[in-house]
Design a protein around this ligand. Structure first.
Ligand SMILES: C[S@@+](CC[C@H](N)C(=O)[O-])C[C@H]1O[C@@H](n2cnc3c(N)ncnc32)[C@H](O)[C@@H]1O
Length: 400
């Protein structure tokens, strides 16, 4: 009879080659020969996870930890699984155990900080993120989170220093470059680069919905209400086709779906789109830059919504011209942006949040220049920052 070690080696090789069914048979054989094999239990956890059975994965990881309890990485993964299955208290305890056992594990410190951010304890999160940066291999994520938390705490010079230190370590990192421009006010691109958008949102995709919920985000409700009002003005029960430009994880989808026969989403971030796909309310999802995409689909849509996405553009001429091309005559374009403070003479500015702010005067001008009629530019707030409303505008424009 083969030794358990040989069976385990073969099962791991099958798993690594993507032969999951064979790997499962192998791991179960190992367990019959050696019921305490933590590696076989860990392997079965991985297979459960791949199959989407996260609760079962938790069960296998916990059994694995019973026989090998001192592996920080395994506690860190258990914590992640708890978070993904809405068990934040157990998640937080598992991450704590991970940092106790493996204080050099930057990811586990970041995960602990994320738990505090969700609980709105930003001071506590900043302390943990400084600890994360003291690890031998600090991750980009630790720099990004710390800069963001410090900014939200109003500790802007410290946040800027964090970004400078990050740039020294990773001079070509697109997020560090974008944030350096945001804090310095110099070299701001005319819109966030594709690399920034993809890297930032791919990294943010899994936590996006819960973070936006904690910020009391209501962009989807705002654009949908405005679109519904536009439809009733046109006595139009249903739009044949709507584009959700910068659809992200698809938070607008369930609302807008009720207003149209066909719903298309476009976004640059594949991981955000993966979540939108799982929501199941889009007829088509496209990975593309939204300006280029809209120019490639002339007169295709009867309405366009764009919630919290033009905040990644400084100059709006390009996406607005694209929207004008993609809309059929008379179609409404509804979007949200953040507002420049009164008295700021600029048209738009990249703020320290990494998002662009626009003036009402500029919005009215650029919308008109792109061939739209402005129906309304209403002061509105789509989300909070550190418990305070972020001033913005809800804009309705009409293709003409
Ligand atoms: C803050 S999220 C908003 C997502 C969604 N509209 C919502 O309301 O939840 C902004 C989204 O815009 C996308 N985005 C930003 N710039 C883009 C561009 N130039 N082309 C396509 N997508 C872009 C990002 O990838 C991200 O998913």
């Amino acid at each position: 009879m083969r030794a358990a070690e040989d069976m385990l080696r073969e099962a791991v090789a099958a798993y690594q080659a993507g032969r999951f069914a064979e790997a499962e048979v192998g791991y179960r054989q190992v367990l019959r020969a050696r019921p305490t094999s933590h590696l076989a239990l860990y392997g079965l956890a991985l297979l459960s996870y791949h199959a989407g059975a996260k609760v079962q994965a938790i069960d296998f990881v916990r059994r694995s930890l019973r026989f090998e309890p001192n592996v920080g990485l395994t506690w860190n993964w258990l914590g992640t699984l708890y978070i993904e299955t809405d068990r934040p208290v157990e998640g937080s305890a598992a991450f704590k155990r991970a940092t106790d056992l493996s204080p050099e594990l930057c990811e586990a410190w970041c995960n602990r900080a994320d738990c505090l951010i969700r609980d709105r304890d930003l001071d506590g999160a900043a302390k943990l993120l400084y600890r994360a940066l003291a690890c031998p291999l600090p991750q980009s994520r630790a720099f990004e989170s710390l800069a963001d938390v410090l900014r939200r705490l109003g500790r802007v010079p410290e946040a800027a220093q964090t970004v400078s230190a990050w740039l020294v370590r990773e001079p070509t990192n697109p997020i560090a470059l974008h944030m350096a421009a945001a804090f310095s006010g110099r070299d701001s691109p005319y819109r966030a680069t594709d690399e920034y958008v993809r890297t930032h949102f791919d990294g943010f995709a899994d936590g996006f919905d819960s973070v936006l919920k904690s910020l009391n985000y209501r962009g989807p409700q705002l654009v949908t209400a405005a679109l519904r009002a536009a439809a009733s003005r046109d006595s139009m029960p249903l739009f044949p086709a709507i584009l959700d430009a910068g659809c992200g994880t698809g938070l607008c989808g369930p609302h807008v779906r009720e207003l149209c026969a066909r719903l298309v989403g476009v976004d640059l971030s594949p991981k955000m789109l993966h979540h939108a796909q799982q929501r199941g309310c889009y007829d088509e999802l496209v990975t593309a830059e939204l300006g280029a995409f809209m120019r490639s689909r002339p007169q295709t849509f009867d309405a366009i919504v764009c919630a919290d996405t033009f905040i990644y553009f400084g100059t709006l001429a390009e996406p607005l011209t694209g929207a004008h091309t993609a809309l059929r005559i008379g179609g409404p374009l509804v979007f949200t942006v953040e507002a420049l403070p009164q008295g700021d003479p600029a048209d738009h500015r990249l703020g320290v949040s990494g998002r662009y702010l626009h003036s009402e005067t500029y919005l009215r001008r650029v919308i008109g220049e792109a061939g739209f009629m402005v129906e309304s530019v209403a002061p509105q707030t789509a989300r909070e920052n550190a418990g305070k409303d972020v001033p913005g505008y809800l804009v309705v424009a009409r293709h003409q």
